[in-house]
Design a protein around this ligand. Structure first.
Ligand code: 5GP
Ligand code: 5GP
Length: 227
């Protein structure tokens, strides 16, 4: 009886903390997608196609990052919970398609997924275990077709220049939420569309308006390179 009582009290305390948002250790997620053409034509990174071949010419997942409302974020939260591919074996083919790694040397993605899990995923492990974390990111990728949203507004990856405001509007029209756009530079120093940030509530289930945007700036006209 005494044991049951203590277990019940523990459970209730955890529920209260969860409702108050105390125990989870972060406020919301950034869901970050990258344009492969901008990773590969920049001098900053060298780009290598995955061992499984050139990825599709589409936005792919960079990460799902727990964040605080004040703009800071936790990282590397649990060294005792390393990436374990066997926990996501049913998701690997979808991860290869939707979450390819373009860094060198060529890989089939494990080192990128492991980095993302260990740096970011461990900071939401009280809500999403490894399988749920990767599944959540893949589901968000299916729910947000950035390339289609842009194409519907006549914005295509043809190496042309497009207005940043039009890019944001197109993504807002397609997803329902205002994105934050991160630019990098191509080898000639032109500002270009590199990553798209959308915000997600702390359950990982719903897109939300971003409580705060990251810092950084693009030009008012940016390039959308081919891939
Ligand atoms: P950069 O310095 O290139 O903007 O970001 C380098 C890395 O720092 C990102 O890939 C990501 O892992 C982390 N990072 C940068 N900004 C944020 C942020 O606002 N939230 C979180 N959670 N991570 C970030
Ligand atoms: P962050 O710490 O910025 O979340 O993740 C970036 C790290 O993942 C860097 O160490 C980078 O080398 C590695 N990485 C591996 N593949 C990719 C990729 O396709 N895109 C980006 N942005 N980083 C990658």
């Amino acid at each position: 009886m005494k044991f049951k009582c203590i277990a019940l009290i523990n459970f209730l305390v955890l529920q209260c903390l969860a409702i108050l948002g105390v125990s989870k250790g972060f406020d919301f997620f950034y869901f970050v997608q990258q344009w492969p053409g901008s990773y590969c034509d920049s001098d900053k990174f060298s780009c290598c196609y995955p061992t499984t071949g050139k990825p599709a010419a589409d936005f792919s997942i960079h990460g799902l990052w727990p964040n605080y409302r004040n703009g800071s974020y936790p990282q590397n939260c649990d060294p005792n919970n390393p990436f374990n591919e066997s926990e996501t074996s049913d998701l690997i083919s979808s991860m290869r398609r939707n979450w390819p790694s373009l860094s060198c040397p060529s890989s089939s993605g494990e080192s990128f997924w492991s980095h993302e899990w260990e740096k970011h995923g461990t900071c939401s492990e009280s809500l999403l275990d490894q399988h749920s974390y990767f599944q959540t990111a893949l589901t968000l990728r299916q729910q947000t077709n950035i390339l289609q949203s842009l194409k519907s507004a006549g914005i295509i990856p043809d190496g042309g220049s497009y207005s940043l405001a039009n890019i944001k509007d197109a993504i807002k029209n397609g997803t329902g939420y205002t994105p934050w756009i991160e630019c990098n530079e191509d080898s000639s120093g032109n500002s270009q569309l590199y990553q798209v940030y959308l915000c997600v509530d702390s359950s990982g289930s719903n897109l939300i308006e971003c409580p705060i945007f990251p810092k950084g700036k693009c030009g008012s006209e940016i390039e959308f390179p081919t891939f």
